[in-house]
Design a binder for this molecule. Structure first.
Ligand code: NAP
Length: 309
């Protein structure tokens, strides 16, 4: 008997077909769980949080929650563990896609993509000039990576090809990385030319970028956030971008998304993407496969590598 999987997220048909090939997939709402009596719930990040109350109200048939994401800050893992519900995520398989997007954000911010696109689309371009939209080169610049995990390491390998110098902060020194380790993230924000936030949202990382850290940064800093929106205090970053305290930002994730702070929308030095970091077909299909493998292994009594509760 295939696993009965209740999916509470919208998926492209190609991805849904992947799940249908190996499960009995029901598309629905969490409120339908009592009627469906699924073995597992497929969810992702979004406004719907799997807090203790939501988890408590799941029917007894539910043995697993599979989140179609690496981040799991939307799930109360302890509440799931307390009910004996296993939780799985999708580490590793989307890191290339997200690292590609990080480079897009770095380049978009450094080369003034927001202003360039507006100039063309608004019909204001009067022709090439050496003074027009002069941006920043990457070669020789110091890239500070906050979180040298799966995504951070992929960002590093791309940055090497651009001739950038590497520095990073993590909770521990990553062995074998040709990058300078900073035990103090505040020292790294002060020293780097480009900062990439590739951290998860945790009580320690939340709102790390705020007025007190931005005032340490060089005025030429380019800040990129590919991790989670709540790593950044929006009002403080918007003020720093508006007042020239830092040069530019490239953001894929936002606090309280999709209701992003309106202050970003008028800033010519903010290059913004709507959380598309992992949006490639390769990543989307691989994310399905890694969750399907985990659900099947777990159902047979095995220990999937991507079990987080
Ligand atoms: P990962 O492999 O677990 O890497 C996370 C890194 O952050 C690790 O190096 C970890 O250090 C470090 N870290 C964690 N907590 C920390 C703390 N309190 N202080 C300092 N460093 C800390 O995860 P990943 O796959 O690279 O993903 C990272 C995050 O990216 C996810 O959690 C998610 O929020 C975000 N993400 C975004 C997108 C997108 O579409 N934009 C897509 C996927 C993921 P240790 O080595 O010490 O554990």
């Amino acid at each position: 008997m295939p696993l009965k999987l209740l999916s509470v997220l919208e998926m492209p048909e190609r991805v849904a077909d992947r799940f249908r090939a190996r499960t009995s997939l029901v598309q629905g709402r969490l409120e339908d769980a009592a009627d469906v009596q699924p073995d597992a719930i497929l969810c992702s990040i979004g406004p719907r949080r799997f807090d203790r109350e939501v988890i408590r109200n799941l029917p007894a048939s539910v043995k697993a929650i599979a989140t179609y994401s690496v981040g799991y800050d939307h799930i109360d893992l302890q509440a799931a563990a307390d009910r004996g519900i296993a939780v799985f995520n999708t580490p590793g398989v989307l890191s290339d896609a997200v690292a590609d997007a990080a480079l897009l954000l770095i380049l978009g911010a450094a080369r003034r993509a927001t202003e360039s696109i507006a100039l063309l689309r608004e019909g204001r371009w009067t022709g090439w000039s050496p003074a027009q939209l002069v941006g920043e080169g990457l070669s020789g610049k110091t890239l500070g990576i906050f979180g040298m995990g799966n995504i951070g390491r992929k960002v590093a390998s791309r940055a090497r090809a651009f001739g950038m110098r590497l520095a990073y902060h993590g909770r521990s020194e990553a062995v074998g990385e040709d990058a300078l380790f900073y035990p103090d993230p505040r020292a790294l924000i002060a020293d780097c030319d480009i900062a990439v936030l590739a951290w998860p949202s945790t009580p320690e990382t939340r709102y790390f970028i705020a007025a007190d850290t931005l005032c340490l940064a060089k005025p030429s800093l380019i800040l990129v956030n590919i991790g989670r929106g709540d790593l950044v205090k929006d009002e403080d970053l918007i003020a720093a971008l508006r007042d020239g305290k830092i040069l530019a930002a490239g953001l894929d994730v936002f606090d309280n998304e999709p209701q992003i702070h309106p202050g970003y929308l008028d800033l010519p030095n903010a290059f913004l993407l709507p959380h598309i970091g992992s949006s490639t077909w390769e990543a989307r299909l691989a994310m399905a496969d890694v969750l399907l493998d985990a659900l099947e292994t777990h159902a047979c009594g095995g220990q999937p590598h991507n079990r987080i509760a």
